[in-house]
Structure formats: structure tokens, C-alpha cells
Write a protein that binds this ligand. Structure first.
Ligand code: ADP
Ligand code: ZN
Length: 721
């Protein structure tokens, strides 16, 4: 079975291997099971149902709420030679009837529909008469009222399981909390579904935060680095998007503003221009993103920092869906907090307001981080990430130096002391930097000796130093809504005994010094020529350029220089239909370029090992075991974890062991078998004085499963530590 799957993968999609979990999900569908898939944007969800659709005999029905995207998806499938269509309100009644006939006659493999179709009696009749092999529910979180994007139309999907009890359903989403996940399974009537949860790490995204000072200048440097490549810049307000896009156009960039205040017509036009590579920069409010699915966005900029980490990760997630290295840059200044707070103050519901404040503080904490950003974000979303250096965030990439912070620490502590330990960090910083606020004036703190005695550190730096002093326990911060700073006993000692202290500073690199995430070695000139050809072909066919080939495919062409059909067919993304439709055109350009420049093709092997640049190389042992740990943190049993991951129980135990070896602190108490069983096996280990499971297994007369023995061994090991 599985070799036919690989043939289908190459023939129709042009790929050599699967991304994490894809093969497991596909096998589970082919075993006729219901499935739930939680995978980040760009993880490769579509392939999980598109490929089985080709292996299965009948039709695959895909329900998707995003009408604007259906056409692109279907165009993409057609370009790969797959019989696919969509039915939604953008079609005429006549067109719909023709398509329904086509589906009924068995000529279609994949049919996309919008959920509201399901409420039409006639449509239900049509469905009943189909030979349905698989039902895919995309954006499945829309079915849950707990989700952030509830769509009443999705309630119609309840009936699917009763209409088609024998047909497997696969529900897919990129955002679902545990509660939403349960809701989805319940609403779709697939409680027994196999659950696949993939890591939310996006290793190809380079995460950076830079100081928002000379912002426009820095932005221009960034944009020049990504000439002609797709870029999204998120701004705080509609006005700001207009202003900035004007400025950028003035500098010669092809930029357009996008926000909810524009007319629908204009918004659509702007999206189209972007999708078709006519313009490359969108300056948007958060309104931009839902309706687009562009795989080759190379840079996402937050010109003003966002108001929650959820929003942030969703927005940066729009970069690099094709798996190529992409940059995510947040401009940060404490001053922008005021813009956000202005709106927070408008919120009348106290509870909602508090929550919004908390979310804002979390983003600021993230922005001011000294340790790995990736780790912080993944932990925030409940994942364990144990890598010491992610290599693709600024904190892991910047040099850290220690500096003598004795004087500045003394100044900060004195300011706290002189103001009677009654204020928070902002107030202390205002005093130190000589800012006269009403409060400072009223309390006469502008007369203090510590007023205006710091001029060699920025506000951000001072916030950071205070944070480090808290970590060093010289200062304590009270809990509550308005935390105040108090000097600890250690802090008093530090002042009295004139101790010294060293803190950490990051050597901020200038933005133009920073390297691009991965300097690919492909021929940039050829790549540009191939893009021009791609654009011409796309315009002729009236489809977005990425439907023809992704940037990843073009980069491979510009790296390997294939000069005949055979080697061209080995490029990732080249399936048999695309080879036939576009092979000659692309080959001609490559051959000419190779001749002109005296280049030689590089050899490619069939099913070659992926280039190192591919961010989606199979999950390393380390990654895959950390996914298991997420489940462990949710206190799943070994058996349930094995089920969720489609792995053997003993593999799960190995994962846990590996993480413990890497130094993870893991609570195994809840997995411990009964004391009696535990003692028996433990004694057996001691008496055999042999580490091998088999010995103990036999010693215990094969009475206990290997897994339990393995688990006990692990628990013993942890207890010894
Ligand atoms: P999602 O729906 O999870 O956001 P998509 O299904 O749109 O992700 O896939 C993202 C990108 O990854 C697409 O450009 C797709 O063609 C590509 N892709 C998916 N699976 C593979 C694979 N096995 N090998 C290479 N590229 C893949
Ligand atoms: Zn990092």
C-alpha cells in the first residue's frame, strides 16, 4: 500500500517525501477511520485529504468556509491534473447543475463546497446519491461556539455522520484548545476519531524584535533586502496603514494599504494584486490574512507590536507556508503600549479589560525577552521546547555580554527607597530619567536627589535591568494589578555593603548586519528569470503564480540546473501533469542560462535526501519526543498517548526517557502502576541485577507486559536521580 502512496505523491503533487504526521494521517484515513488533525498553518493539512482522495474509489467532499480560497485550491489541484471542482454562491444555478451532474457521473475526485449548501434540501438529495469515499471538514474550529471563529453554517455539518455513517470524516484546524477539540469531535459525531496533534513550532520562521527607533529607516533596509518578494506589514490603525503605504510608494516600493475601512471591491482588488505578484507589499491592519493563502510570504513585519501573543503567532504564521526560511520582525518600543492602552481604557466590561491588559503585558514580556523567543511562544501554547539554542530567533543569535551594573543598580534601588517602596517600575523609571508627570510633581519627587540621574540607558534597557534585578532577588515585585517594587533583604545588603553586580546585555546588531535566515546558494539571476516566466504563464491561465510552481520549486531549479526532462521531473513540486504542461518552457530558460554562463547541472538522485534548507525535514527524535511530552503534560495514559500519536506504547516510553535524559523535569507519578506491582517489578530488577527487559520479563514468569516493565525501569531511574 505505502509504495503506491509515494507514487501518487510524486505523480500528482511532485513531492518526494511527507511532512511530519502526513503519512500517519493518510494511512489512518485509508484504514477507514475518522480523524482529527491539529496542525499549524503551513503544516501541510490539505495533502492529508487530497492524497487519499486519489487513492480512494469514490469522491472526496471538502467543506471549507473560505469561499475566496476555494478557487485557488481547485486551480492548484487542476494544475496537477486532479479532477476537482467547487460549488459555492459565486456560481450560477446552471453552473452548479452542470457540476453536480459531473460529480454524480463519477468524473470528479474532489469537490469543495461551502457549508451553507448543506441547509438546502435539494443539495442533501444530491449528496445522498454520490459515491462518497471521504469527507474533509477544513477549518473545523468554526463548528465550535468556544472557538474564536464560530460560523452558524457549520452547525449543518452535524448531519454528515448520520447521512454517511460508513464514510470516514477528517476534521482539520490550525487553532483549537482542548475544549474546542472536544466540541468538534462531538458536533461531528466522531468521538472515536484518531487524534493527530503536530508541534506548533515553525522552524523556518526567524523571529526577531528590534527597537523602534528610526523606524522607517530600518524598515526600508529590511524591505530592500526582500526586493520583489511578498511582504506583509501590520500596522496599528487604518490611518497608519495609509500613511505608511504612501511613504513606501514614495520610496519606489509596490505597496498598498489594506484595512476593514476600505470598500469590499477595493480590498478584493488589493488581494488579487498581491496574490498575482503585481504588488509585493501589503500594509495592513489585522483584518488582512483570513482570506489569503499565499505560500511565499518572505517577511512579516509588525510595525507596532500586536495586542496578544495569539494574534502575533497567527500573523507571523502567514510567512513561509512553503517551508522556506522567512523573517518575522517586530518593532518594539514601550511608547507604543500607550496606543494600546488608550483603547483598553475604552473597554467597559472590567473582566474583559483585565484580560486584555494581561494579554498586552504578555506581548511586552515577549518583546523584552532575553532568552529564546521560540521557547517562550511554544511554552505559552503549552508545548515543551527543550532545545538550548533554536538558531532562528534573535535572542539565540545575538551575542550576550555581561557588564558591570553596580552603579545603575544602586541608582534604581535608591529610587525605590526614596519613594518609600510604593511604586511600580514605570514610575521609578520616570523618576530616574527625569520625567515630570502630574503625580511626580504632586508628590514632590522631582526634588529628590535620584530625580533625573540616569541618562545613559533607554527606557527599555531600564525595564530590562529591573527585570534582571528581580531575577537576582535584589528587588521583589508584588502580585496584583499594579505591582510595586520593594527592596529585598538581599537588596538592602547590596546597598549597605556596596556589593558589585554584573548583568547581561545583548549586543544588538544593526538590522542590516543581520543575516538572512539561511543564505541559500541558488542562482539568484536564474531564479528571477524563472519567476518572470511563471508570472507570464500564470497570467495566461488566469491563476496565481504559485499555482504554477512554488518558490521552493523555482529555487531548486536555480540550484540544480536540470537541463532535460528526466532531471527536471526530479525537482520537488514537479508532478507528471506539470512536467507535461510547463516542463519545456522552464527547461528552455534554464538551458539558455546554463549555456550563457557556462554552468553545469548538479546531480540529483531519485528520492534524494532533502537539501538542508528544507525546514520540513523529518522531525528529529528530539522534536517528536517533545510532542509526546505535551500529551504527558495533559496527563494522558501511555495507551492514549500512543493512540493519539499513532505510535507503539513502548515508543512513547522511549520518548519520555529521552526527554528525561535531556534534563526535562517530568512528573511520572500519575503513570505509576499500583504500589504492589511497582514493588514487584522493582525487586525483580534488583534481584536480576540485569538491566535487560527480557531478563526481568522472564524472571516474572511473563506475567507483566513489557511496557509496564519498561515504565517501572524509567520511574526507578528518575527516583535515583
Ligand atoms: P495548511 O493548510 O496546513 O496551512 P497547506 O496544505 O496549504 O498547509 O500546505 C502548505 C504548503 O506546503 C503548500 O504550498 C503545499 O504545497 C506544501 N506541502 C504540503 N505537503 C508537502 C510535502 N509533503 N512536501 C513538500 N511540500 C508540501
Ligand atoms: Zn531561540
Amino acid at each position: 500500500m505505502s509504495s503506491s502512496i509515494y507514487l501518487t505523491l510524486k505523480k500528482y503533487f511532485g513531492y518526494d517525501d511527507f511532512r511530519p504526521l502526513q503519512i500517519e494521517i493518510i494511512n489512518s484515513i485509508l484504514a477507514n477511520k475518522d480523524n482529527f488533525v491539529l496542525m499549524p498553518t503551513g503544516g501541510g493539512k490539505s495533502l492529508c485529504f487530497q492524497l487519499p482522495a486519489l487513492e480512494l474509489k469514490g469522491l472526496t467532499l471538502v467543506i471549507s468556509p473560505l469561499i475566496a480560497l476555494m478557487k485557488d485550491q481547485v486551480d492548484g489541484l487542476k494544475a496537477n491534473g486532479i479532477a476537482a471542482e467547487f460549488i459555492n454562491s459565486s456560481l450560477s444555478a446552471r453552473e452548479i447543475i452542470t457540476l453536480q451532474d459531473k460529480a454524480l457521473s463519477g468524473k470528479l475526485k474532489i469537490l469543495y463546497i461551502a457549508p451553507e449548501r448543506m441547509s438546502l434540501g435539494s443539495f442533501k438529495m444530491f449528496l445522498k446519491n454520490l459515491d462518497l469515499s471521504l469527507i474533509a471538514v477544513d477549518e473545523a474550529h468554526c463548528i465550535s461556539e468556544w472557538g474564536h471563529d464560530f460560523r452558524p453554517d457549520y452547525r449543518n455539518l452535524k448531519m454528515l455522520k448520520s447521512l454517511f455513517p460508513q464514510t470516514p470524516i477528517i476534521a482539520l484546524t490550525a487553532t483549537a484548545t482542548g475544549k474546542v477539540q472536544q466540541d468538534i469531535l462531538k458536533e461531528l459525531g466522531i468521538e472515536q476519531a484518531k487524534v493527530f496533534i503536530s508541534s506548533f513550532n515553525r522552524p523556518n520562521l526567524n523571529l526577531r524584535v528590534i527597537k523602534k527607533k528610526n523606524a522607517l529607516e530600518k524598515l526600508l533596509i529590511l524591505l530592500k533586502k526582500y526586493k520583489n518578494e511578498s511582504i506583509i506589514i501590520y500596522c496599528f490603525s487604518r490611518k497608519e496603514t495609509e500613511k505608511l503605504s504612501n511613504e513606501l510608494r514614495g520610496e519606489g516600493f509596490k505597496a498598498r494599504a489594506y484595512h476593514a475601512g476600505l470598500e469590499a471591491e477595493k480590498r478584493k482588488k488589493t488581494q488579487d494584486l498581491f496574490i498575482k505578484d503585481e504588488i509585493n507589499i501589503i500594509v495592513a491592519t489585522i483584518a488582512f490574512g483570513m482570506g489569503i493563502d499565499k505560500p511565499d510570504v518572505r517577511l512579516v513585519v509588525h510595525y507596532t507590536f500586536p495586542k496578544s501573543l495569539e494574534g502575533y503567532y497567527q500573523e507571523v504564521g502567514r510567512a513561509g507556508r512553503d517551508g522556506l526560511p522567512s523573517d518575522c520582525v517586530m518593532f518594539y518600543t514601550y511608547a507604543d503600549a500607550r496606543k494600546h492602552k488608550f483603547f483598553l481604557n475604552e473597554i467597559t466590561d472590567e473582566k474583559i479589560k483585565k484580560q486584555a491588559e494581561r494579554k498586552l503585558n504578555e506581548v511586552m514580556e515577549y518583546a523584552e525577552l532575553k532568552s529564546c523567543r521560540r521557547q517562550y511562544i511554544l511554552n505559552y501554547f503549552g508545548e515543551t521546547y527543550l532545545e538550548k539554542n533554536c538558531q532562528t530567533c534573535d535572542c539565540c543569535n545575538t551575542e550576550k555580554i555581561t557588564f558591570d551594573a553596580t552603579i545603575i543598580a544602586q541608582k534604581i534601588l535608591s529610587a525605590i527607597l526614596r519613594t518609600d517602596s510604593r511604586f511600580g517600575a514605570n514610575y521609578i523609571i520616570n523618576v530616574l530619567t527625569g520625567k515630570i508627570t502630574d503625580r511626580i510633581f504632586d508628590l514632590g519627587h522631582d526634588k529628590l536627589s535620584v530625580f533625573n540621574i540616569v541618562n545613559d540607558f533607554s527606557i527599555e534597557e531600564l525595564r530590562d535591568i529591573i527585570e534582571q534585578l528581580i531575577n537576582h532577588c535584589l528587588i521583589t515585585k508584588t502580585d496584583g494589578e499594579y505591582p510595586i517594587l520593594i527592596i529585598s533583604a538581599k537588596g538592602h545588603r547590596f546597598l549597605m555593603q556596596k556589593e558589585k553586580i554584573e548583568l547581561i546585555a545583548m549586543l544588538a546588531k544593526d538590522i542590516d548586519e543581520e543575516r538572512k535566515p539561511e543564505d541559500l546558494v541558488y542562482d539568484k539571476v536564474l531564479f528571477a528569470k524563472l519567476r518572470v516566466l511563471r508570472k507570464q504563464l500564470a497570467d495566461r491561465m488566469n491563476v496565481p503564480p504559485f499555482v504554477i510552481f512554488s518558490d521552493a520549486s523555482l529555487q531548486e531549479m536555480a540550484y540544480y540546473f536540470p537541463v532535460n526532462t528526466e532531471s527536471f521531473s526530479l525537482i520537488s513540486g514537479v508532478g507528471s501533469r506539470k512536467l507535461e504542461s510547463f516542463g519545456d518552457d522552464f527547461l528552455k530558460i534554464i538551458i539558455d542560462h546554463v549555456k550563457e554562463n557556462n554552468l553545469v547541472s548538479k546531480e540529483m538522485q531519485k528520492s534524494r535526501v532533502r537539501k538542508k534548507s528544507s525546514a520540513y525535514k523529518q522531525l528529529s527524535d528530539r522534536d517528536t519526543s517533545s510532542i509526546t511530552i505535551n500529551l504527558l503534560n495533559k496527563k494522558l495514559t501511555i495507551i492514549d498517548m500512543a493512540k493519539a500519536r499513532g505510535l507503539a506504547p513502548s515508543t512513547i516510553i522511549s520518548h519520555i526517557e529521552r526527554q528525561i535524559d535531556f534534563g526535562a523535569k517530568i512528573d511520572l507519578e500519575y503513570l505509576k502502576p499500583s504500589q504492589e506491582v511497582y514493588e514487584k517489578i522493582k525487586t525483580a530488577f534488583q534481584q536480576c541485577s540485569d538491566e535487560r527487559l527480557r531478563t526481568v520479563y522472564e524472571y516474572l514468569n511473563e506475567k507483566y507486559d513489557y511496557e509496564i516493565i519498561k515504565l517501572v525501569k524509567l520511574i526507578m531511574k528518575v527516583e535515583l536521580k
